[in-house]
Design a protein. Structure first.
Length: 161
């Protein structure tokens, strides 16, 4: 029995996606239904006990599935569950710029009727205030996000080129 438990724990540790790899996949996941499903499959093994950034990405994956769902009930349930994961991750790590970026990316892309936009200004301000403190890989990721974001003005985008 102990061997089985040890194997399960080892499997869970090995099966976790790498944040650097997820950063490459996430921007593409919103473009097609198959990309969204592939992204969601990559995030399937992530639990709330794991890295909170991965938990936020799992939430984003669910919101992307909502985008491509055929039934309204599936759209609503995926969006509610996904936004809860993202908000839980942000509450657990409020100074994590990547979680803020994930939440902003979701909030700026959901339809107005969904009413999931309350943190846009707060997250944008946080990203701008803490950008310089990040490592080079994360700065590049944030900079690329800013360039494609609807939330940043042209002048703000220029400041992050």
């Amino acid at each position: 029995m102990k061997l089985l438990c040890a194997f399960f724990v080892l499997f869970m540790l090995v099966a976790q996606p790498d944040v650097a790899e997820i950063r490459k996949v996430y921007p593409e996941a919103a473009k097609t239904e198959s990309a969204a499903k592939d992204f969601a499959a990559k995030m399937a093994t992530v639990s709330n006990d794991n890295n909170k950034t991965l938990w936020a990405y799992k939430g984003a994956a669910l919101t992307l599935l909502a985008k491509f769902a055929n039934k309204i009930s599936d759209k609503i349930s995926n969006l509610k569950e996904g936004s809860k994961y993202i908000d839980d991750a942000a509450a657990a790590e409020p100074t994590n710029i990547e979680i803020r970026l994930i939440r902003l990316s979701v909030q700026e892309s959901v339809p107005l009727i969904v009413n999931y936009r309350k943190n846009k200004d707060e997250d944008k301000a946080f990203i701008m205030a803490h950008y310089k403190e990040q490592n080079s890989a994360l700065k590049e990721y944030v900079r690329n996000f800013i360039q494609g974001s609807k939330s940043f003005s042209d002048a703000e985008k220029k400041a992050y080129k």
